[in-house]
Design a protein around this ligand. Structure first.
Ligand SMILES: [Zn+2]
Length: 572
């Protein structure tokens, strides 16, 4: 009886001692349903046991094993819990950058706002010290030495399949990525306690890359050739959408009315075959706002962005940022004015009044306004939830049988984006100046197309739907008066194959900015624009080539037959 009591209290001690160290795993999964939460806890306890038993075998001491492993877990725990309270996700490389660059007043403000939460780490540390002392009284039995490694392996063998099961029941199962790879990355590498190490590695890698290209980048200049040219539009607006499919807007032929507002805008040209250069945000954004290409992605770091081009050309530059993108492109400090909508709870609807206030600020200069939207990652105001049933009131599991729900949810988002984009375009036109609005998206997504259980984006083999993105250009009457030929060229080229690579050159050309490395054949508004025989997509560290297909082949899926070649640039 006495032995049993001792065993039970020993087991309880082990469970509590692990539970206090896996709080971040629990916090991030507490809203994911009870089954998911249980699978997470089982997997994480087994992972801790695996690591703990290996240490026990080495140190032959419960006290030292728990002290060493527990300290590492506790450090990660405190950092991750703080980040979850602040931002609702694990720490990222960018958060590390912000943390290291925080000013004294930012630290004081943070302390003032969040000091109440400091009680959580304080309680964890106190509990940890209490348990470490308890472990001191538990003697290590050398007779069990041979059992430890098999036990550790059993713990690992339980942890991985349980995690696999969790991922298998999530939307990741339909993302087109390898499931084992997904499990190891999402549930181990990017999860507590390894996430902080992984993100520190990414932070260091980014810093090394920035340093490697720093001299080239800092000395880079576009070299404007027509500085005193007065034929530049007063206002240029460049909008980057998020997770937007070409196919789901009625302006592009979709059978649901998802873009009633854009359709009413005169002088708006929607391009038919515009493709993104990557199928995920981090891969795509640098290739949109620089001259970098899927085959030559490092130009994104050795050269400068479209913001600098317009700055060099005498424009006042503004950036309205609804989604945080600046850890991808290191561009936070370049615009003359940055409007960080991402820093508070908001939807893309908040862009409208902010854009209005930017327009109303008087400036003698021409103006570039870049807007990057939350798009398919953001909330949709209730009045746009017109396609039912959808995912706005309760979460549904992402399964093929729920396809209709996710398509409705997606179409509501497209309808909302149509409203925001058309408002921005109309407000620009109302300025009654020579103006250009250009819109595209970073990538599209899969939506159970052709009855396939494929949902989301970033798949290892990029599909047509992940990269076929909407792109439109809208110009004011005043602009057409002065640039009739450019407008005509846009109309002539609206059905040709274009990619987000063309946007940099086209935006420069539409703004009548001439500079040294400008390639006129790549500008859609130039009469010499040539359609490429292929387009390229950078995904999964490879470059995929897609042959330009005729319209009748596009719908038959032939566009998805890609040839790949191993990417050497990233290995250099
Ligand atoms: Zn994205």
């Amino acid at each position: 009886m006495k032995f049993e009591k001792k065993t039970i209290s020993g087991i309880l001690l082990i469970i509590v001692s692990i539970l206090i160290l896996i709080v971040p795993n629990i916090l991030l999964n507490d809203s994911q349903g009870i089954l998911n939460l249980c699978l997470t806890i089982i997997s994480k306890i087994c992972l801790f046991l695996f690591l703990g038993l290996v240490l026990l075998r080495l140190t032959r001491s419960f006290f030292w094993s728990y002290l060493i492993l527990g300290t590492a877990y506790l450090l990660s725990s405190i950092i991750e819990i703080s980040n979850i309270i602040l931002l609702d996700h694990y720490i990222t490389a960018d958060n590390i950058t912000s943390l290291l660059n925080a000013s004294k007043s930012e630290v004081q403000e943070f302390y003032h706002l969040f000091r109440v939460y400091l009680v959580v780490p304080a309680v964890l540390i106190a509990a940890f010290i209490f348990i470490v002392i308890k472990y001191k009284s538990i003697a290590y039995n050398i007779k069990n030495q041979k059992l430890i490694i098999p036990l550790a392996l059993i713990a690992l063998v339980i942890s991985i399949p349980v995690s696999f099961l969790r991922i298998y029941h999530s939307d990741k199962a339909l993302s087109g990525k390898g499931l084992i790879d997904c499990t190891l990355r999402i549930d181990y590498l990017m999860d507590h306690p390894f996430n902080i190490l992984n993100e520190s590695y990414v932070f260091v890698k980014n810093s090394i890359r920035a340093r490697k290209y720093k001299a080239q980048h800092d000395n880079f200049s576009f070299g404007i050739l027509n500085q005193s040219d007065t034929q530049k539009p007063k206002l240029v607006v460049f909008i980057i959408g998020e997770r937007m499919r070409y196919a789901n807007w009625s302006i592009n032929g979709y059978n649901r009315e998802t873009s009633p507002n854009l359709e009413k805008i005169k002088n708006l040209i929607s391009f038919k075959k515009n493709y993104s250069n990557s199928n995920f945000t981090y891969g795509s954004i640098p290739l949109i706002i620089t001259q970098a290409t899927p085959k030559d992605p490092t130009l994104a770091y050795s050269q400068k962005t479209i913001v600098t081009l317009f700055k060099e050309a005498g424009y006042e530059t503004n950036w309205i940022s609804s989604q945080y993108l600046f850890d991808i492109i290191n561009e936070k400090n370049t615009p003359d004015h940055l409007y960080p909508l991402y820093a508070r709870q908001h939807t893309d609807m908040d862009i409208i009044p902010l854009f209005d206030s930017v327009l109303n600020k008087k400036t003698p200069k021409n103006r570039l306004i870049i807007i990057n939207m939350l798009g398919g990652h953001g909330g949709v105001p209730a009045k746009f939830n017109v396609f039912n049933p959808n995912d706005s009131h309760e979460d549904h599991p992402v399964t093929l049988s729920n396809a209709a729900i996710f398509i409705n949810t997606y179409d509501n988002m497209m309808l909302f984006q149509d409203y925001v984009l058309s408002e921005i375009t109309k407000m620009t036109e109302r300025q009654n100046v020579s103006s250009v609005v250009m819109f595209t998206a970073d990538h599209g997504c899969n939506l159970f197309d052709n009855g396939k259980a494929l949902f989301g984006y970033g798949s290892a083999n990029p599909t047509e739907k992940e990269t076929h993105v909407p792109m439109f250009i809208s110009v004011s009457d005043k602009y057409i008066e002065n640039n009739h030929n450019k407008y005509k060229n846009l109309l002539d080229h609206r059905d040709l194959l274009t990619t987000n690579n063309n946007l940099f050159y086209s935006l420069a050309d539409l703004a009548n900015i001439k500079y040294k490395s400008f390639v006129k054949q790549q500008s859609i508004s130039d009469p010499s624009f040539v359609e490429f025989p292929s387009r390229f997509v950078r995904a999964d560290n490879k470059v995929f080539e897609f042959k330009n297909v005729k319209d009748n082949e596009l719908n038959s899926g032939l566009a998805e037959n890609a040839s790949t070649k191993e990417d050497n640039t990233s290995k250099k």
